[in-house]
Design a binder for this molecule. Structure first.
Ligand code: ZN
Length: 318
């Protein structure tokens, strides 16, 4: 079954005339790309050789136009557009068979809501990622205790969301990258964070490996300076929004759940088979909010191929 579906694909690949240079397939010839694809697609090879070209990297190259299909002529019977679509579909089919990785991320803790999140995810036995605001941990005995709960829970990893949360004046904060970076450093030392992993307040910016995605340019210089200082920065694919006035979640559980399924299905996340969901601790202050979180987790857990991971492991590749 597996091999059968690739005969056509491999034929197409064999017919490739050019593989333009890209980070992951630099210098590949058509034949070793074919070999790599076969290796990647062989069952049980997901933990295989480090240098195996990953399906996701091939898909990335394809989407960036770095794999060129030969023009339709008397020798090549397949229209390059059709060939490309078939090739993409075959990668999708393989990715669909693999595990999907969900990163539940909670911002702005410790806040009222953090202890409930800690209890819920512990009872569900799933991993979560928290992006903490340094000064919140010093605001009260209760929040210090909730921060300690997060830190001591093996199902929770704690990451950096700055010390001051930019005092919610993001543009001004990012206008001085040195001061902004020192604010993240202050968060790291005051909370004793183990990871050099950041989410930038008020910005959906990604900066890790060869990825650099910036939503609003006023945060770009700070992001780059954080990168130079050894930090990785993670944004999000989906946000479960919070109502600024009521503090309640905006979308229903069904909407968020559907969106996660759809984005995983149509490969519209930043990295296929990996999805980062943004939430805020203060959405889950009361029983009603907590029930919604519990329901969302239960819905996601119905899928045996959905796995909950820490953002430090992002992205898991195939
Ligand atoms: Zn925030």
């Amino acid at each position: 079954m597996l091999k059968k579906s690739f005969v056509a694909v491999l034929a197409v690949i064999s017919a490739l005339t050019t593989v333009l240079s890209c980070n992951s397939i630099v210098g590949s010839t058509t034949s070793n790309l074919t070999d790599s694809l076969e290796n990647s697609l062989t069952e049980g090879n997901t933990k295989g050789k480090q240098d195996t070209v990953k399906l996701m990297d091939i898909l990335d190259s394809l989407n960036r136009g770095k794999i060129v299909f030969p023009a339709l002529d008397s020798i090549n019977k397949i229209d390059p557009k059709v060939a490309k679509r078939q090739f993409r579909d075959s990668i999708y089919r393989e990715l669909n068979k693999k595990d999907k990785h969900i990163y539940l991320t909670f911002d702005d803790g410790p806040l009222i809501g953090s202890s409930a999140i800690d209890s819920i995810i512990t009872s569900k036995d799933i991993k979560i990622s928290t992006f903490l605001v340094g000064k919140h941990a010093g605001m009260s005995k209760r929040l210090k205790r909730d921060f300690d709960r997060y830190m001591n829970n093996p199902l929770v990893e704690c990451y950096n969301h700055s010390f001051t949360h930019a005092a919610n004046k993001f543009h001004a904060f990012y206008s001085n990258p040195e001061i902004a970076v020192s604010d993240f450093e202050k968060c790291e030392t005051s909370l004793g964070l183990k990871h050099k992993i950041v989410r930038m307040p008020g910005r959906n910016i990604w900066l890790f490996d060869d990825v650099r995605r910036v939503d609003l340019t006023s945060g770009a210089q700070t992001a780059d300076l954080l990168g130079v200082n050894g930090y990785k920065i993670y944004g999000w694919d989906v946000e479960w929004k919070i109502n600024g006035l009521s503090g309640k979640p905006v979308q229903s559980v069904e909407e968020v759940y559907r969106r996660i399924n759809n984005m995983l299905g149509n490969k519209s996340t930043l990295k296929p088979n990996n999805i980062v969901l943004l939430m805020h601790d203060d959405m889950f202050q009361n029983k009603k909010g907590q029930q919604l979180l519990s329901n969302l987790i239960d819905s996601l857990k119905q899928h045996k191929d959905y796995k909950f991971d820490f953002i430090a492991n992002y992205p898991i590749k195939y």
